[in-house]
Design a protein around this ligand. Structure first.
Ligand code: CLF
Ligand code: SF4
Length: 513
């Protein structure tokens, strides 16, 4: 067993950060067998992704650190805190609480105007080329502050055209804003749905404010749930990718989240993120003050496992702050306070530096694609080598010598037999027979003897083969291969071996999808 790294050195990486924690990590992929014969594997530019995810969806999520677990290794997000108000009160939230060591939703240090938020995006992008997503996630509800939210998104869209736009909402005011969301090309929306049963909802929400009136209890939860599900359906119909967040509250909605999962799955949600309740009494939330316990990591995992199925379950959420900046799990907000942003932007203008440096951003993405391809290839090699442990095949080769596959099937009167396995490829014998073409004509009577000579072989590698003998071989379960005509025998045997395993794994992946 040995480890391997990518071929690209860190020197080639275009990104230079002052924060070592933000450096994309060069991951080491274990190779199951160092002596494995499998040479290159098709990494492709698509990078790693969940099997069965169509290309069109992969293109939409591959740079979004929350929607793709793979992307969170490479890309960063930032939240701009332009939405202070909220139209509901959840029992796990206290938006008045503000602490710079805090790391949970609904807590924020500096509230921004849309104009300043757009400036902040430019300043952050200048320092963090991994930044791919700008999200609005509070400190209140993005759509309870619709004008500020949409103005911010418009400004960001105009100044940073390649940035993904994202927002998160409790869903109460969602239906009426779907058209605007679509117009602004906001491709990712999160709706927090903790229940579909108003009895349970009444234990999670203290009140909602709807149609100029405050509602509470079961009725509040019913209105909220109906509007959340209608909003989810409307977004999905509009082609927006929807993630549903659910807070797991032991004894309140934990079992019920199975039903929530089924309901959002049925309505076309792309991703379900089940997060643990945070109920530290020091935060002053209703749940915190009344002793509602948090789930254990084991309980959370068990629930996530039960919900995993047709819908992807997000397992890398970091429960970000409403002003989080950086890769998931790190918070570089302190580097981008208002004063520092002003200084950065002014300095760049003075030095005539491009504030939004498209070239640096493109260079970073190119590096990521290479890195993903390398990783994919390494992973593929490891997978093939690991899965191939039990696979040993005999190959018959039609050759006139020179180490090449250079004889027609009909002209051969012997095959060299090679054994190909995870340990390599080796010549294990010859088998003789009377050749198939006699005096320029096919001799069908030779076929039984040839099939007998090929017994135990999975395939025969030839320079050329006719239609009839190919069919005879096929009926006997032997693959006739002329794709490697005039190529070196051993390299061809390995290439055939790898292709066969890839085909097999694809079939397994399709069957599992
Ligand atoms: Fe922000 Fe949310 Fe967009 Fe991501 S966060 S608005 S989808 S860009 Fe991500 Fe943070 Fe978890 Fe949210 S890790 S809390 S899921
Ligand atoms: Fe807090 Fe968000 Fe709930 Fe509003 S919707 S009360 S901001 S957690």
């Amino acid at each position: 067993m040995r480890a391997t790294t990518s071929e690209h050195s860190m020197d080639q990486q275009p990104y230079v950060s002052t924060n070592p924690a933000a450096q994309p990590v060069r991951r080491i992929i274990p190779i199951a067998s160092s002596s494995g014969p499998v040479t290159t594997a098709a990494g492709g530019a698509c990078g790693t992704r969940k099997p069965g995810l169509p290309d069109s969806l992969w293109e939409r999520v591959k740079d979004h650190p929350c929607y793709s677990a793979d992307a969170h290794h490479y890309f960063a997000r930032m939240h701009v805190a332009v939405a202070p108000a909220c139209n509901i009160q959840c029992n796990y939230c206290n938006r008045k609480y503000d602490c710079s060591n805090e790391s949970r939703p609904g807590v924020v240090s500096e509230k921004l105007t849309p104009e300043f938020a757009a400036k902040k995006v430019l300043a952050v992008a200048a320092k963090i080329p991994q930044l791919s997503v700008v999200g609005i996630a509070g400190p209140g509800d993005a759509l309870a502050n619709a004008e500020r939210t949409f103005r911010t998104l418009e400004l960001v869209r105009a100044q940073a055209p390649d940035m993904k736009l994202c927002l998160s909402t409790n869903g109460l005011a969602l239906v009426e804003h779907v058209r605007r969301i679509k117009e602004l090309n906001v491709d990712h929306v999160t709706v927090t749905i903790n229940m579909i049963d108003p009895e349970i909802g009444a234990r999670i929400y203290r009140w909602i404010f709807f149609e100029h009136k405050r509602w509470s209890g079961r009725e509040a939860a019913r209105i909220l749930s109906e509007r959340q599900l209608a909003g989810l359906e409307a977004l999905v119909s509009a082609g927006v990718l929807v993630k549903v967040n659910s807070v797991m509250i032991p004894g309140v909605n934990d079992e019920h989240l199975i039903e929530v999962n089924a309901a959002v799955k049925q309505r076309g949600a792309f991703l379900h993120n089940i997060m643990p309740l945070i109920s530290d009494p020091a935060h002053g939330t209703h749940f915190g003050l009344t002793g509602q316990r948090e789930p254990t990591p084991q309980e959370l995992k068990r629930l996530q496992d039960r919900c995993e199925g047709d819908i992807q379950i997000m397992r890398h959420c970091r429960q970000c702050r409403a002003d989080a900046v950086g890769m998931l799990g790190e918070d570089r907000g302190a580097e981008f306070t208002s004063d520092k942003i002003k200084t950065t932007v002014e300095a760049m203008v003075e030095m005539a530096e491009p504030i939004y440096n498209m070239n640096a951003r493109r260079a970073y993405r190119t590096w990521v694609e290479r890195e993903r391809a390398d990783e994919q290839a390494a992973r593929e090699r490891a997978r093939i080598a690991a899965n191939a442990a039990a696979e040993t095949h005999l190959l018959a080769v039609a050759t006139k010598g020179g180490g090449r596959i250079n004889q027609h099937f009909g002209q051969a009167n012997e095959f060299e037999i090679y054994e190909v396995s995870p340990l390599g490829v080796k010549l294990v014998g010859q088998r003789r027979f009377r050749h198939y073409c006699q005096g320029g004509y096919e001799d069908k009577e030779t076929i039984p003897a040839i099939l007998s000579a090929l017994e135990g072989c999975t395939a025969v590698l030839v320079a050329k083969i006719g239609h009839c003998p190919r069919e005879d071989l096929q009926r006997a379960g032997i693959e006739a291969v002329q794709d490697y005509a005039y190529e070196y025998i051993e390299a061809s045997a390995l290439a055939w071996y790898q292709r066969r395993l890839e085909r097999m794994h694809k079939q397994q992946a399709c069957a599992a999808a």
